[in-house]
Write a new protein. Structure first.
Length: 403
C-alpha cells in the first residue's frame, strides 16, 4: 500500500474515533441535561424489610440505601407479590413511620415502628426511605380545606390549613421539591400554625394528577415559580395581605425566583428555604463529578438546556444566569431563613452558603449537621420548628425591604 493511502486510511480512522468520542461526550452531556429536568416518580425500592417485631413496642429490621439515616423517617413500601401502586408521590402504596435507629447488625438496621398509616408492613416488603412524615395535612391537628387554584396551565389542587388563632391577613405558601409531592411539606405546617399564619399547600405542574408543564418537564424552578405566583394570587383573593414563602429543594428555587421577579413580589414578607436548590450550575457539576465525568460535560449539558436543544419546561431554554447564587442573592430584598446541612450529598449546600455570605443583612443560615437532603426536620424537629417559628413570628411587614 502506498504511503499516501496509508495516511489517508489512518486519518479516516482517527477522524472516526474522534467523531465517536465527540458523539459520546455530546450524548453524555445531553443525558445529564435531560436527567435534571425530566419527571422522576421515584420508583426505585432500595430498602428491604427483613424482620418485623410486633408487640407493645413494634420494631423493624431493614436493610438498604438510607436505612440507617439519622432521625425519624418514613418508609414507602410495597407488600410482597403486589403490583407497585401510585402512593404518595406515585411511589409505593404503603406508608410506615419509623423512629431513630435503635441497633445495627451488619448491614441490617433496627428502628421503632411509630405508625403504619397504609398497607401491611411484613418481611419481604421493599420500598424507599423518605423525609416525609405525614400522609395528610390534617394530621398535625388543624382544620384543612381542600381547594383548587388557577394557574396558566389550568386548575391545580391545594389545601388551606387554618390555624386556631389566625393572624389577620397573614398567609404562607408551601412549595415542595422536584420529584416529591405536597406530602413533603406537611411536617412544616406546625410552626406557621403556631404563629397564626394560614398555610396554602400547593401542587404544581407535572405533579401526579396535575397539568403537565411544557414538554412534560421541569424548569429548574423558573417555570414552577409561575405556579407559586398563581398560589400567591389565590391567597390574595382570599384576603392575604402578607405572604411568606416556604420552599423545599427546587421549591426553594421557585420561591427565590418569585421574590426576584414574580408578579406578586410586593406582598412577600419573607422566605423560609429548606435545602434549597440555590446553584443549579453547581448541582449539575456535582452530578457529573459523582459519575466520574469531567466538568466540561456538565457545562455542555447546561448549554444544551440553555439553547433548548435539550427541551425543558422553559420555552426559551433554561436561563442559568438567573439561577446563579450571586444573582439570586442580589435580587433578595426580604428576610430569608435558610435551613441546610453540610452533609447534604444530593444538593450540596454551597449555593445556600454563597447566598448567605453575599447577603448577611437579610439571610440567616441555620445548619443541622448529619442531615441529608430536606431531612433537617427529621434529625431535629424541635430545633427546626423552633427556629422557623421564631423567624416567621418576627417578620416585618412588606415594604421594609431591608432598610
Amino acid at each position: 500500500m502506498r504511503t499516501s493511502q496509508s495516511i489517508a486510511l489512518a486519518g479516516a480512522a482517527t477522524i472516526g474515533l474522534a467523531g465517536g468520542v465527540v458523539g459520546t461526550a455530546a450524548g453524555l452531556a445531553a443525558y445529564l441535561g435531560r436527567r435534571s429536568v425530566v419527571v422522576d416518580r421515584g420508583l426505585e425500592r432500595p430498602v428491604t424489610v427483613r424482620t418485623v417485631l410486633t408487640g407493645d413496642e413494634p420494631r423493624v429490621w431493614i436493610r438498604g440505601e438510607g436505612a440507617g439515616a439519622r432521625g425519624q423517617h418514613s418508609l414507602l413500601f410495597d407488600a410482597p407479590g403486589t403490583v407497585p401502586g401510585e402512593g404518595i408521590g406515585a411511589a409505593p402504596t404503603g406508608h410506615a413511620r419509623l423512629g431513630p435507629v435503635l441497633a445495627r447488625n451488619g448491614a441490617d438496621v433496627l428502628r421503632p415502628v411509630v405508625a403504619v398509616d397504609n398497607g401491611a408492613l411484613v418481611a419481604g416488603c421493599t420500598g424507599r426511605m423518605v423525609g416525609w412524615w405525614y400522609t395528610d395535612p390534617a394530621e398535625p391537628g388543624y382544620r384543612v380545606e381542600p381547594i383548587r387554584y388557577d394557574t396558566e396551565l389550568g386548575p391545580m389542587d391545594a389545601w388551606i390549613v387554618h390555624p386556631r388563632r389566625p393572624r389577620k391577613k397573614r398567609w404562607a405558601v408551601h412549595v415542595h421539591g422536584r420529584g416529591a409531592s405536597p406530602a413533603e411539606t406537611f411536617r412544616g405546617i406546625e410552626p406557621f400554625a403556631r404563629a397564626g399564619i394560614t398555610s396554602l399547600i400547593v401542587t404544581y405542574r407535572n405533579d401526579l394528577g396535575q397539568p403537565a408543564g411544557l414538554n412534560g418537564r421541569y424548569g429548574m424552578g423558573l417555570s414552577e415559580s409561575r405556579d407559586v405566583d398563581a398560589a400567591i394570587a389565590e391567597a390574595r383573593s382570599r384576603g392575604a395581605e402578607r405572604v411568606t414563602l416556604m420552599g423545599w429543594s427546587m421549591g426553594g428555587t421557585a420561591s427565590l425566583v418569585s421574590v426576584a421577579n414574580g408578579s406578586h413580589r410586593a406582598v412577600i414578607d419573607g422566605l423560609v428555604l429548606e435545602s434549597p436548590g440555590a446553584d443549579w450550575a453547581g448541582i449539575l457539576r456535582d452530578k457529573a463529578s459523582e459519575a466520574g465525568l469531567p466538568g466540561w460535560i456538565a457545562t455542555a449539558g447546561m448549554m444544551l438546556l440553555a439553547c433548548g436543544t435539550v427541551s425543558s419546561g422553559e420555552e426559551d431554554g433554561i436561563d442559568f444566569a438567573a439561577l446563579a447564587p450571586e444573582e439570586l442573592a442580589r435580587s433578595l430584598d426580604v428576610p430569608t431563613l435558610i435551613l441546610a446541612s453540610p452533609d447534604d450529598r444530593f444538593v450540596p449546600w454551597h449555593g445556600a452558603r454563597a447566598i448567605a455570605d453575599a447577603r448577611p443583612d437579610l439571610v440567616e443560615l441555620v445548619s443541622i449537621p448529619g442531615a441529608g437532603h430536606v431531612r433537617l426536620w427529621n434529625v431535629d424537629p424541635e430545633r427546626w420548628e423552633g427556629t422557623v417559628l421564631r423567624f416567621v413570628a418576627g417578620l416585618p411587614k412588606p415594604g421594609w425591604r431591608g432598610q
